[in-house]
Design a protein around this ligand. Structure first.
Ligand SMILES: Cc1ncc(COP(=O)(O)O)c(C=O)c1O
Length: 238
């Protein structure tokens, strides 16, 4: 139909314009030196893996579930086992264990917020109190909203303005008032200094759980340029 032809010609024209605009944006960004972790650029090697068509495929279960099978049958699903990808995952798991002093590693979360949801849902129950960093002090804007939607009680950690860190003694006094399980979620998005993880564990006792969100510092931790949260007593590093 004539109307359709002109519509698809207009769409192609728009597509060409979008491709040009994206190429221009790529050239502009390539000349910047980003100082925030979320604007980091991946290495060409890492990009090579991401660009693989295999990154669009399902690969269900854990390494142990897959047992190196080339074809996987799960219930009424039959899927490719992608054994080369499982081998890469096994290698990455071993490297991550070494770099972060971790007992166990899970590589499946897709982003920082996805990891946040996995940790909070797995480690807390409805009604539990979770302390996180007030966004005014650098905490992540989504943490409180996610906690509230999950039925958890969200509290902000007391903050020492002079030293720009958690006020551990004020927190100790606050949590002593109840016997409730204590979960601390350290979601700092502009970390200038290490956080007092050992002091937090000492103050809250062994039954407390400390989750360290390293969305901005994971590379520095891997390279031993920053505190090592798991060695200092954090229960989860994500
Ligand atoms: C502390 C913290 N956690 C989580 C995130 C979100 O990570 P993502 O965008 O990968 O979901 C950010 C983003 O900057 C962050 O600062």
């Amino acid at each position: 139909m004539p109307g359709q032809d002109s519509e698809s010609a207009t769409a192609s024209l728009h597509l060409v314009e979008y491709l040009k605009a994206i190429a221009q944006e790529e050239r502009r960004v390539a000349n910047l030196l980003p100082l925030a972790a979320n604007e980091n650029r991946m290495s060409d090697l890492a990009r090579r893996f991401h660009a693989s068509g295999l990154s669009e495929q399902y690969l269900l279960g854990t390494l142990a579930d897959r047992e190196g099978r080339a074809i996987m049958v799960e219930g009424d699903l039959m899927l490719n086992g992608l054994t080369a990808v499982s081998d890469l995952e096994a290698h990455a798991t071993a490297v991550a264990k070494r770099l972060f002093a971790a007992e166990a590693v899970e590589l499946r979360p897709l982003s920082g917020v996805h990891a946040m949801m996995c940790s909070l849902l797995a480690l807390t129950d409805p009604g539990d109190v979770v302390y996180s960093i007030d966004p005014l002090n650098g905490g992540h804007f989504a943490t409180r909203h996610l906690l509230q939607r999950m039925g958890r009680a969200s509290q902000y950690l007391p903050w020492n303005e002079d030293h720009w860190t958690i006020d551990v003694s004020a927190l100790r006094t606050e949590v002593a008032k109840t016997n409730q399980k204590k979960v601390i979620f350290l979601d700092h998005g502009t970390p200038l200094f290490p956080l007092p993880i050992t002091e937090l564990k000492d103050a809250l006792g062994k039954t407390s759980l400390v989750v360290y969100d390293a969305s901005h510092t994971l590379g520095l931790i891997a390279g031993s340029y920053f505190q090592c949260p798991l060695t200092e007593g954090a229960d989860v590093l994500q």
